[in-house]
Ligand binder design. Structure first.
Ligand code: SAM
Length: 264
């Protein structure tokens, strides 16, 4: 265990503060959670989080649903760093979701469709278990670094999402871009600083982030001496990226898309 990881486990307040700062700097996380908080009141009944990882959005949805079930593809989940405390409720073979037709009121799937070589089959499975009057909340990346290799297969445009949803018997009722040019550039710069310069993958994982990735990054070790430069630089980049998204919006660039869907 490194010096920062030891400090976080000895001083929970330090850990909470560091997690808060890193969540704010992390534009992908910030935009995703902001959007999910906005749509969560529309969730209800039995919610199935498909590809739930460490269930990072459970607390956002729990107040609105009767049941929160996390399901994971056993083979790919076993390669990740998600801890025991946040284990999925159900593991399956990645092909047939072990739930009857129309038995789920809300299907949630965040940043999962890029990780299966057969995304159309998974989308069709999610549509099968969705109730006739149910809601599906889907987020997929448009511009994001390679991650969870080798199980990283696709990126998505709104037109691709609509075409795939149509084939699965789903109708897109809303589509939201999560970020714009500023956040695409800012997120890439920050990822470079975090992972290549400061090498803080292990620190991020000890804060409960990047749990869906393997723990291979820990092997490199954090470069402590870079942190006094890198952390403020990442904060400034994140601030500038948010301002650029707001004042110089570019509808052709984004980190991800969030789609709300219902059965046709
Ligand atoms: C990038 S992680 C996202 C985890 C979580 N949804 C989040 O946003 O933190 C992608 C997850 O999809 C899972 N996955 C890959 N193929 C899947 C499949 N066919 N069915 C369900 N989950 C799958 C992986 O095991 C991994 O945990």
């Amino acid at each position: 265990m490194g010096i920062l990881e030891s400090a976080f486990s000895a001083l929970p307040l330090t850990r909470r503060a560091a997690r808060g700062v890193s969540d704010w700097i992390d534009l992908q996380w910030s935009y995703t959670t902001e959007d999910l908080k906005r749509v969560a009141p529309r969730a209800r009944g039995r919610l199935l989080d498909v590809g739930c990882g460490s269930k990072p959005y459970a607390e956002i949805f729990r107040p609105f649903v009767a049941e929160y079930i996390g399901v994971e593809h056993e083979a790919s989940f076993s390669l990740t760093n998600a801890g025991d405390s946040s284990s999925p409720d159900v593991l399956y073979d990645g092909r047939t979701l072990p739930f009857p037709d129309g038995s789920i009121d809300t299907v949630l799937s965040i940043q999962v469709l890029e990780h299966t070589p057969e995304p159309q089959a998974l989308l069709t499975e999610m549509a099968r278990v969705l109730a006739r009057d149910g809601l599906m909340i889907l987020s997929v990346p448009f511009c994001f670094r390679l991650h969870e290799e080798p199980h990283d297969y696709f990126r998505y445009t709104p037109h691709g999402i609509r075409t795939m949803c149509d084939a699965a018997g789903l109708e897109v009722t809303e589509m939201h871009a999560q970020g714009s040019l500023g956040s695409v550039v800012g997120h890439k710069l920050n990822a470079y600083l975090a992972f290549r310069v400061a090498r803080i993958q292990g620190v991020a994982q000890s804060l409960g982030k990047l749990s869906h990735e393997s723990n291979a990054g820990k092997a490199n070790g954090v470069r402590l001496w870079t942190l006094p430069f890198v952390v403020p630089a990442m904060g400034m980049i994140s601030l500038a990226a948010r301002a650029a998204d707001r004042f110089m919006p570019d509808p052709t660039e984004t980190l991800s898309f969030l789609a709300l869907l219902r059965k046709r």
